[in-house]
Design a protein around this ligand. Structure first.
Ligand code: MG
Length: 400
């Protein structure tokens, strides 16, 4: 059958009690890989196909949820209220398609989000004007029939046993007639559409299904699906932070830059040791995990930081980054000053920052520039520093 003459009915009207309760609603609305199950399922039919119509059967209480979940597909799908049983819901879906009169219909469980285009195509190809087709997987577990008192009565030969999956495809008129007859003529509840089609004496072909085309039934199925999707889409979480700081220069005998005390005819004014390089670096590190800035953690109003070595601040930021699962890749500090000369102290600065961060020297960059005698830096009224760092975040366990 051709897809342009085929309609799809996705059954998502159930309450899914076996999967337990959740704030997100019934299991078809639970999130796996960040999106509702039903959204994945519908997308599987839109990805590589252009079906005539797609009807999604929903529970009358779920109109809002369904709209939130499926509005991203625009008018390519039609929401139809379902009924109390699966069978009654499917009949409503088929009746809603009567006017469109498709040649064939694929009926699919809303909680089978991993159906592949290959399976959809194979079912579609196997449907004829007089026969249906379903995907199925050979039963691999040994099957036991239970007898009295919870003991095994016998072992079923699994040789010709297959587990039925969906989408199940049928010629539209025949499956509609079969559903109408079932409602009219028997109280029997059919667990899938193929069994109802068989009951009317129509042939149904088996095409190979896929193990991954599972039906999410229990809470643990949903958790497993979520884990699977998340690990498949895990991206490398590299974050960059920058920091900037300035301190005023006043008369004095030394400055502390990037953890190194340097004799000088001026000194940097500040509450702590006023190490602009390390303050900028602290801010850069904090920026990679949204942890505010240096003032958040070490308020200048707090007397305990008076005269403190700024390595304390860097160490605190490094610890915070680690606690959040971050691994520092590199740090880069630029000092902007007319004097003192940084070159002779660069190796000592790299060693000091290496001690604070645990980084090897090649991952630490200390650069210096003058301000060409321009502005407050040029007039030797202050020193500025810019710092940049890259941190890779994973989970807190793996970072240790
Ligand atoms: Mg500062």
């Amino acid at each position: 059958m051709h897809q342009s003459k085929t309609a799809v009915v996705i059954v998502a009207a159930g309450r899914g009690e076996r999967a337990g309760q959740s704030e997100e609603g019934p299991k078809q609305y639970r999130r796996i890989g960040g999106r509702p199950v039903l959204q994945w399922t519908v997308e599987a039919f839109l990805r590589d196909h252009a079906f005539q119509t797609i009807v999604v059967l929903i529970h009358p209480d779920d109109v809002e949820r369904a709209n939130a979940c499926l509005s991203c597909f625009g008018d390519r799908i039609r929401l139809v209220p379902g009924s109390i049983t699966r069978q009654a819901s499917v009949l409503k879906g088929l009746e809603a398609l009567r006017a469109a009169a498709p040649e064939a219909v694929l009926i699919h469980d809303g909680v089978r989000p991993f159906v592949s285009s290959r399976v959809i195509d194979d079912v579609l190809d196997a449907v004829s004007r007089s026969s249906g087709a379903i995907p199925s997987a050979p039963v691999t577990d040994t099957i036991k029939r239970m007898g009295d008192g919870g003991f095994i009565a016998d072992t079923v030969d699994r040789k010709n046993l297959f587990a039925a999956q969906t989408p199940q495809g049928f010629p539209f008129n025949l499956i509609l007639q079969a559903h109408e007859a079932a409602t009219r003529e028997t109280a029997q509840a059919f667990t899938d559409d193929a069994s109802l089609f068989e009951w009317r004496g129509h042939p149904v072909a088996l095409v190979p299904g896929e193990m991954r085309n599972v039906k999410l039934t229990l809470a643990e199925d949903i958790t497993a699906a979520d884990t699977k999707l998340r690990s498949a889409s895990r991206m490398i979480d590299v974050r960059t932070g920058n920091g900037y700081d300035v301190h005023q220069l006043v008369e004095g005998d030394h400055v502390t830059l990037c953890g190194v005390r340097i004799a000088h005819d001026q000194t940097l004014l500040g509450h702590s040791d006023a190490d602009v390089g390390l303050h900028a670096l602290t801010d850069a590190l904090l920026a990679t995990c949204g942890a505010g800035d240096i003032g958040t953690h070490f308020p200048p109003s707090d007397p305990q930081w008076k005269g403190a070595a700024s390595s304390l601040f860097v160490r605190h930021a490094v610890e915070l980054v680690r606690e959040k699962g971050g691994r520092i890749c590199n740090v880069d500090v630029t000092l902007i000053a007319e004097a003192p000369k940084v070159g002779p102290h660069r190796a000592a600065m790299v060693a000091a920052i290496g001690e604070m961060t645990g980084l090897e020297p090649e991952r630490i960059s200390i650069k210096a520039t003058t301000n060409e005698m321009l502005g407050f830096i040029g007039r030797r009224e202050g020193i500025a520093a810019i710092a940049t760092t890259s941190v890779v975040y994973g989970d807190a366990e793996s970072a240790r």
